[in-house]
Design a binder for this molecule. Structure first.
Ligand code: ADP
Length: 505
């Protein structure tokens, strides 16, 4: 019955795991496709925004470079203003890289001195005559860098000519305006989160999210101007990103669950196989033990029966003795058959017990009576201590008698050398406890739990010529548990064994 349940559970577990795996595969592939789609979308968006931002800057620079007329530098102010471009400053240099008179225009709010200092710094550090001379005519070039105070700058410059002479127009882009006003405008009303990070990964503008921790985020480098800078775009956490995260959690739970189920299934399978093998071994032992046990008394009965039938007795006393032997062996045979039949009934899960309020003292005394002859033959004494205050209990008298007889029989069989058996029946709180103590070889600790298994016989006993079937204690345990109680054993090898069978009151 239990094995059937186990096998069913196993089949179910494996099926469930297979279904889970199939679902996982399917769900994962669609989730991956969805995720890829979302990443692609973000990527495209970032590339497009960068393109827009860069062409915007480029356009403004080109407009300025176009309007600056070398022959009308006195109108530089108006010319620059007319473009409406947001730049920090414009300055014109001659062929020797000297600022041209009236050729400098600062559009920031910084002091004049500071503007001049900044320009001179660019002249000293960024602009090289040899490099500038090689520039194509009227083709803007960009240079990004960090000033003396670590501030980023972006210069756009081109070579122009007037009367065969080289001039250079340099535009200092207004990065402050670009980062703090222009870029935010590109994301006005967008549902996405964005960030602009510089070459040191410092976030200069945007939302305060942590790029690395976002489930759905991309970063694209600015290509043509701010070298090393990135634009990052993330899906806000409450939308698709959350779905991706949830999906990821569900996926890992599902995968973990499926793996656990399969491992569990394999584990159970291994246990079931081991149990099956052991039970098969035990069963074949059982069959040979039982046949042996049946054959021996039968052989004795038939031998002495034949002697009696052929009048081969020397005296009437001998005839009585033979008859007693026949009787004893047939009782034993009967007990064995009872055991086997009851055990078979229990194994098939049939309701074999009939409970009634009974006097347990009477039942135990009757069992002792039934065992008297076997005790005498084995030359053993049974000391019984029956308590005074033992109440009536719910009991199947026949089954309980069988249990007591099995325990006493075992003590006779295995502990004959001890010569003595102590049986006690006492009340212990809400329990009635029957203890049967012998003084035989005892039971090794590692076998104490196993002797209650069906068909199990202790190793040492298997080597001795003591007959047994291995179902006695399994039956006693079943009877005890059916009564709501249990059986335990205590034994120190060499010092006998005590079996305690308790029932609830
Ligand atoms: P059987 O007696 O037919 O072998 P049981 O189920 O009654 O089967 O007992 C199982 C095993 O427990 C026995 O084979 C024996 O090894 C061990 N055993 C039972 N009772 C005793 C005892 N009183 N002393 C030592 N060993 C015992």
């Amino acid at each position: 019955m239990r094995r059937l349940l186990l096998v069913n559970a196993l089949i179910f577990a494996v099926l469930a795991a297979v279904v889970a795996f199939a679902y996982f595969g399917w769900a994962n592939s669609s989730a991956v496709a969805l995720r890829d789609e979302q990443f692609k979308l973000l990527n495209e968006l970032a590339v497009e925004k960068i393109l827009n931002i860069e062409s915007n800057v480029e356009e403004a620079d080109n407009r300025i470079l176009k309007v600056v007329r070398l022959d009308q530098l006195d109108k530089l102010d108006e010319q620059v203003k007319s473009t409406g471009a947001a730049v920090a400053s414009v300055f014109v240099l001659d062929a020797d890289l000297r600022p041209v008179l009236n050729g400098s225009k600062d559009l920031t709010s910084r002091a004049q001195v500071e503007a001049v200092e900044t320009r001179d710094w660019y002249l000293a550090h960024e602009l090289r005559r040899a490099a500038l001379e090689k520039l194509d005519l009227e083709k803007p070039t960009r240079r990004y860098g960090r000033g003396p105070d670590g501030k980023p700058y972006l210069l756009t410059f081109e070579r122009k000519q007037l009367d065969g002479q080289n001039y250079y127009v340099v535009v200092e882009d207004d990065l402050n305006h670009l980062i703090n006003f222009m870029i935010p405008q590109f994301f006005l009303g967008s549902r996405f989160l964005y960030q602009v990070a510089d070459e040191n990964n410092v976030v200069k503008q945007g939302w305060p999210f942590q790029y690395e921790k976002e489930a759905l985020a991309v970063q694209i480098a600015f290509s043509g101007m701010l070298e090393g800078w990135h634009l990052r775009i993330a899906e806000p956490d409450d939308t698709a990103a959350k779905k991706v995260r949830d999906r990821r959690i569900i996926d890992s739970l599902l995968l973990g669950g499926a793996v656990a189920i399969i491992l569990l299934g394999l584990g159970l399978l291994a246990i079931a196989i081991r149990r099956e093998r052991r039970s098969n071994e035990l069963k074949s032992d059982f069959i040979s033990n039982v046949s042996h046990e049946l054959k021996t008394p039968l052989a004795i009965i038939s031998m002495f029966g034949e002697m009696l039938a052929n009048n081969k007795t020397k005296s009437p006393e001998q005839a009585t003795e033979y008859a007693e032997i026949i009787w004893r062996e047939s009782v034993r045979l009967g007990r064995l058959i009872d055991n086997v039949l009851d055990f078979a009934k229990i194994e098939r899960g049939m309701g074999v017990y009939e409970f009634a309020e009974s006097d347990i003292v009477e039942v135990v005394e009757r069992a002792i009576d039934l065992a008297t002859r076997r005790l005498q033959t084995a030359n053993m004494a049974l000391e019984a201590h029956i308590g005074e205050d033992i109440p009536l209990v719910q009991l199947d008298a026949n089954a309980f008698t069988l249990a007591v007889l099995n325990l006493v029989d075992n003590a006779i069989k295995y502990a004959g050398d001890g010569k003595k058996i102590e049986l006690s029946l006492r009340r212990d709180g809400e329990r009635v406890v029957l203890a049967i103590k012998d003084f035989g070889p005892g039971i090794p600790l590692e076998e104490q739990a196993r002797i209650f298994e069906r068909f199990y016989r202790a190793k040492e006993m298997r080597l001795k010529p003591i007959r047994g079937s291995g179902i006695g204690l399994a039956l006693v345990q079943h009877i005890a548990r059916a009564h709501g109680g249990d059986i335990t054993v205590e034994s120190t090898p060499g010092n006998g064994a005590t079996f305690q069978l308790w029932l609830p009151i």
